[in-house]
Ligand binder design. Sequence first.
Ligand code: COA
Ligand code: ZN
Length: 300
Amino acid sequence: MLPSRVTIVEVGPRDGLQNEAQPIPTGDKLAFIERLADAGLRFIEATSFVSPKRIPQLADAAEVAAKLPSRAGVTYSALVPNAKGLERAIEAKIPRIAVFTAASETFTQKNIGMSIEQSLDGFREVVAAARARGMTARGYVSTCFVCPYEGEVAPDRVRDVAASLLALGVDEVSLGDTIGAAAPRDVERVIERVAASVPREKIALHFHDTYGTALANVHAGLQLGIGTFDSSAGGLGGCPYAPGASGNLATEDLVYFLDRMGIWCGVDLRQIASASVAIEKVLGRSLPSKQLQRIKSTRA
Ligand code: COA
Ligand code: ZN
């Protein structure tokens, strides 16, 4: 039994653009986000209020947030690592924050310079303060399957971190395959374990397609009752602190798959592809999405 509808969380403007080597003009980011919203995406992660020294690509977060196209039913979110990030998010009137940690100590240390425990302690106050202002919060757990530094990650670790995030007030935990190494068997193992502590409707899955297994993993997630998936237009992405990680699962490829499986997601494939074509022009390179390349070749 597969769900009849799925929610897509578009992370291209953040998880995707944070990884581009060249600076992207703020206006181009905003035009990209506008096209994504017009394609029917209802949850868009627009930027990050992290240290601009660590992620210079998103140093224009305040400007992006201030000019986000206002669309009924669209919720924009931004990454927030600490109290300073929350302060910036509040000032920018972002309604939803995303806090982030990992299931591997080494990755957490490299990514945010603290232990998992320290990160959770910090997020407790950040999420409480956000919710007190009427904001909502999602939590990311990176390296839920394989860590680029430590190798295999124990599903019990993922469960513990996911449950801790939920306990401190996030309404959804996104389980990330940061380096894109998982296969369906791994997804089953991790979801079965996490679902013992976290209701399935609060679990999202975040796949990267490094090894070409992302859609197979989505299928496994659907069969396990998961109804929310993160993806990025064109398959933009990677992680600056995860060597070897390639792009996210492409939104186009996910939308095609869901459409063909008869699962509603409310997103228009061709409009996403148009957003990707425009950002390809800015980047000066082709993006990896199979559907994007197919649509471009039929247009040409
Ligand atoms: N926004 C802007 N500036 C920030 C900030 C934030 N959220 N948090 C810290 N800073 C600034 C501090 O003001 C300080 O600036 P200064 O050197 O001019 O005084 C500097 O960054 C160092 O602050 P510190 O508290 O010592 O933080 P840190 O250097 O240990 O960095 C994080 C901690 C979490 C802020 C940083 O590691 C980070 O932003 N990581 C994000 C990584 C990321 O986004 N990865 C990809 C997503 S998975
Ligand atoms: Zn990611």
